[in-house]
Design a protein around this ligand. Structure first.
Ligand code: ZN
Length: 140
């Protein structure tokens, strides 16, 4: 395994062990729930909006390391962003994990780029995108 892959794996394990923005969001404006039957991952995403901006976001639920780490990194990535910016991030993230990373600016994805390796494991794509699909449902 390359040094970079090890770094990525340790980041995923870290976010799985100590997920950011995990729990119930008091006074949430929107929420949605998502389920990935292929793996059994369940996630609930709650957001607070100020106009068009995501001012706070939390997730809860149960799932595999990838789904949990992805939800954790997603909440960190979209907090403070506008709904349109969050959608752009999702589009880029989705393209990357489905093997179309060459079509997006992965630098703009920041830490989310650690999920690039998921593209080699199609069965894991739903784990990595579950929280994002659920966020999209919550803010549509
Ligand atoms: Zn999973």
């Amino acid at each position: 395994m390359s040094e970079l892959q090890e770094l990525y794996q340790s980041l995923i394990l870290d976010h799985n062990r100590s997920p950011r923005n995990f729990g119930v969001l008091e006074g949430a404006d929107r929420h949605a729930e998502g389920y990935n039957p292929l793996c059994g991952d369940q996630v609930k995403v709650e957001v607070k909006l100020d106009g068009d901006r995501v001012t706070d976001i939390k997730f809860s639920g149960n799932g595999c390391a990838i789904s949990k780490a992805s939800a954790s990194l997603m909440t960190a990535a979209v907090k403070g962003k506008t709904v349109a910016e969050a959608r752009t991030l999702f589009d880029g993230f989705h393209a990357m994990v489905t093997g179309h990373g060459d079509q997006v600016d992965t630098k703009a994805l920041g830490k989310l780029a650690i999920f690039a390796g998921v593209a080699e494991f199609p069965v894991r794509v739903k784990c990595a995108t579950l929280a994002w699909h659920t966020l999209r449902d919550a803010i549509k």
